[in-house]
Design a protein around this ligand. Sequence first.
Ligand SMILES: Nc1ncnc2c1ncn2[C@@H]1O[C@H](COP(=O)(O)OP(=O)(O)O)[C@@H](O)[C@H]1O
Ligand SMILES: [Mg+2]
Length: 360
Amino acid sequence: MGQLSLKGVVKRFGNQTVLHGLDLDIRDGEFLVFVGPSGCGKSTLLRIIAGLEDLSEGQILLDGQPIHDQPPAERGTAMVFQNYALYPHMTVADNMGFALRMAGVSKPQIREQVLQAAKSLQLENLLERLPKELSGGQRQRVAIGRAIVRNPQLFLFDEPLSNLDAALRVQMRIEITRLHQALNNTMIYVTHDQVEAMTMGQRIALFNGGKIEQVGEPLTLYNAPKNEFVAGFMGTPRINFLPVKVDAVAKALLIQGQPMHGQLSEPWPWSLASAAVKIGVRPEHWALGPPGQGLPGKLALVEHLGDAVYLHVQLAGASDMTCVKLSVSSQHFDQGENLWLLPDLQRAVWFDASQNRLPL
Ligand SMILES: Nc1ncnc2c1ncn2[C@@H]1O[C@H](COP(=O)(O)OP(=O)(O)O)[C@@H](O)[C@H]1O
Ligand SMILES: [Mg+2]
């Protein structure tokens, strides 16, 4: 079993508070991702769960039992770090079996467990090598294997793929997801990369400045973000925020001063008339309108990705650039040309003056 509960977890370094009373329940067997910008407290919380750092206030319960006062080795957790942290003078097999040897497990038993873990990570042929004789991806696999042999109730990963090149990251991402499907242990995975979070997490906890902004399934955070921070963090290129005025008399929405007719269907938020509201429109939720329809702008930059094209458009009156993602067509674009953009208002997300999503 590996059901983890965090209750009111506070962490202070001196007089600086870096975790502000976190509550979180992680289900047995769940793959949960902590994501957020650098410095928001993800590693600190993971290290507190592992016992490498004390908490200042609060409780950590594993299967209902408090573990925050136990020494790390007795908590049933195993951690994988970004920098691998392998013993350079030990072979792969000895690195992987080290914790078992320290725990007094018999040699044949260690060999058996190491071999089994090595098989699941395609390391069988590398067991006699030293870490310096391995590639970065292989070293990270050894670090993961070292965690597997301990058969922990809880796996903790801290940015384990950040030192790998892009192609290997994609491959390891899939391997770790498959490993979770095979082992079914509870896993907490820390990353600053929202693509890793979206693709790997069964649920995501999005951190911001020592607080959790939202916990939920990846598509919930993407489609129904609680606030502007969540909307802006999830998705690349970033969602576009635009100020909106609701004109209840003309039954029109004014975006950037331009009336949006024709696309509206009830119920529309006429009660918001005169309120300072914003909409968020993701790059894939725009279309190009015929001249005179939608929002006028100038094409500042085109990026061709092969399967899609990103148009960076300077809308009239807007301070930020708006990004439009189109599936590739044979259409040709000229930098500096005038375009008219139509937002898909059915899929737009609305935010109030305090940056929280309006439930429409
Ligand atoms: N040992 C420490 N002493 C003082 N401050 C620390 C220590 N470890 C982390 N911090 C601070 O705590 C905050 C959160 O850090 P961290 O958990 O490493 O963030 P993340 O992993 O999300 O990038 C940062 O402001 C960092 O400077
Ligand atoms: Mg970190």
